[in-house]
Ligand binder design. Structure first.
Ligand code: J2J
Length: 529
């Protein structure tokens, strides 16, 4: 066992509250009543209705035998049922695992083996994909999954809500220091890692983010990214907006036209995008004059390196404040402030959102580096985890003995006392904000009968940030092209965002002085092609 965080140390922080999300929702319903809490492309729901439906669904879950502490896979897109499910599970102390709609069998299997979920809540169909056969196959293969609940117009979730309505069951007591949610870590090394966030630390995360955004009940927050991601869920996102009594709009397809339509129609005041999406939105704004984004007050951009030139362009062309966001699902958040000068906002990722955040930037020997020098960013604090879920080995690598999380990111302190990120230290591909470990893709590729060896690298790419290039050693190139690789990966159930964008062949690997595959050399080769 490594370092264990002492939660009592944080009890005096403003915004820190030992309370579950279920109880939070009850208070919001009381305070904000008939105000609209959430809208999606089909419906809207008030705070009071949200509470009532979450109560009904929570009672139904209990009746079906979902117990406090049970893990539940949740794979729902941006729709109101996601929000009801989240709070219903919170109310009975069951723990949602935040799968993305893009995930397929390969990702699910790793997570199921690790967390042994008791149930799987899945959308029936989304963006042309039918999830039910996949869910059934998982239930067949893993006996831990006792229930599948399908979310569709006439599916299990709405049926369960209707069935138990009006019943006022007693729910198990939930302590704020218990795990509220398991987030997915992008930094998986083949073996997936889950991030346990407690009710209290996650609410605090949302509140500190909302405070930095000066969020209040007049704000309309648009979830432009899949809401199972930490960024739109809690930074301040869905949860931070509900806490202040604002309105959350869920962009259902999370595509640029969907986002621009929603901003235009709903009077959105704040949204969060990754840099690759900003670029596409800007292009669309250029040739379609019907969009109106004048209601925006803040555009949060984070998840991947924002080029200085794009930051300048946003500041020049968008009618709102740019807020640079450095975030991690493991905890640490650092944002610029709405009051900062544009010239400052364009060149840094601001300051940590909590006064109790401890941040260090260190060299290879874990010694602090001076201002203006890049090192690895480490963090510890009220809402940063002290370990991944059931991952003793990984925790030894990802945390220092005194409990600092090693982000694997290169950062420095600027002369104005702000953080500036400078790319990754650890191997990780950031493709349009989605994090991908090369070793995971390499393992999938090696399952192909014709591939003997594979090395995957991220190659700088103007629109994606990184594109994925796979170098292959094969006996025979015949029959393997990018299309075949995609077909194969789809067949074994790999999420679409992990598909290589480029493949190259090698006969021998370029090696480093210590005899490892020289990935920097591969990156250069991929760039030259
Ligand atoms: C460079 N790299 C960044 C930035 C994240 C808000 C925003 C993003 C995430 C997120 C999040 C970056 N510049 N501005 O959870 O709440 C890269 C770093 C980091 C990793 C974390 C949030 N902002 N990154 O992206 O857990 O490499 O969280 O370690 O998915 O994204 O990825 P993730």
């Amino acid at each position: 066992m490594g370092y264990k965080k002492d939660m009592s140390k944080y009890e005096n922080l403003e915004g820190w509250e030992r309370c579950g999300f279920g109880e939070q929702l009850d208070r919001w319903a009381e305070k904000y009543g008939e105000r609209t809490a959430v809208t999606d492309s089909e419906d809207e729901i008030s705070y009071m209705e949200l509470k009532q439906k979450a109560d009904c669904l929570a009672a139904a879950f209990l009746r079906k035998g979902i117990l406090k502490g049970d893990k539940v896979l949740v794979q729902l897109p941006n729709r109101i049922s996601f929000v009801i499910v989240f709070f219903a599970l919170s109310k009975i102390g069951a723990v949602p695992i935040m799968m993305l709609p893009a995930h397929r069998e390969a990702e699910l299997e790793g997570i199921i083996e690790l967390a042994k979920p008791a149930a799987y809540i899945v959308v029936e169909k989304y963006l042309g994909f039918s999830y039910v056969p996949m869910a059934n196959a998982m239930k067949e293969k893993y006996s831990c999954i006792r229930h599948i609940f399908i979310d569709s117009e006439s599916g299990d979730i709405s049926g369960m809500i209707a069935e138990t309505c009006g019943e006022n069951g007693a729910f198990p007591a939930v302590d704020g220091y218990e795990t509220a949610v398991l987030l997915l870590s992008g930094g998986t090394t083949g073996v997936p890692k889950l991030i346990p966030r407690t009710h209290t630390d996650y609410m605090y995360n949302a509140r500190m983010s909302a405070k930095r955004c000066r969020l209040d009940s007049s704000d309309v927050y648009l979830a432009s990214l899949p809401v199972a991601h930490n960024f739109p869920l809690c930074c301040p996102g869905l949860l931070g907006t509900l806490d202040v009594g604002g309105k959350v709009v869920l962009a259902s397809a999370t595509s640029p036209d969907d986002i621009l339509d929603a901003i235009t129609e709903e009077g959105v005041t704040i949204t969060a995008l990754v840099p690759a999406m900003v670029t596409v939105c800007m292009e669309m704004l250029e040739w379609d004059e019907d969009y109106d984004i004048s209601s925006l007050r803040i555009l949060q951009v984070g998840g991947a390196m924002l080029e200085d030139s794009l930051a300048d362009k946003i500041i020049e062309e968008w009618p709102c404040k740019l807020m640079q966001v450095f975030g991690t699902a493991e905890g640490l958040l650092s944002f610029t402030s709405p009051e900062d000068e544009g010239s400052l906002i364009a060149r840094c990722q601001g300051t940590p959102v909590s006064p109790a955040d401890e941040v260090k930037i260190v060299d290879e020997e874990d010694k602090a580096v001076p201002e203006g020098v890049f090192g690895e960013l480490l963090s510890r604090g009220p809402y940063t985890i002290d370990g991944y879920y059931m991952a003793e080995e990984a925790n030894k690598k990802s945390f220092t003995p005194d409990g600092f999380y090693r982000t694997g990111d290169k950062a420095m302190w600027t002369k104005d006392g702000r953080l500036r990120l400078g790319g990754r230290i650890k191997e990780q591909i950031n493709r349009a904000g989605e994090k991908i470990m090369p070793s995971e893709i390499e393992a999938y590729l090696c399952r192909h009968s014709k591939i003997k060896e594979a090395a995957v690298v991220g190659v700088p790419d103007e629109t994606l940030g990184n594109r994925i290039c796979a170098f292959l050693v094969t006996d025979d190139e015949a029959g393997i092209d990018l299309q075949e690789i995609h077909r194969f990966l789809r067949e074994i159930g790999v999420a679409a965002y992990k598909m290589p964008d480029q493949i190259e062949w090698v006969e021998t690997w370029p090696l480093t002085s210590v005899g490892k595959i020289d990935k920097k050399a591969l990156e250069r080769m991929a760039q030259e092609k």
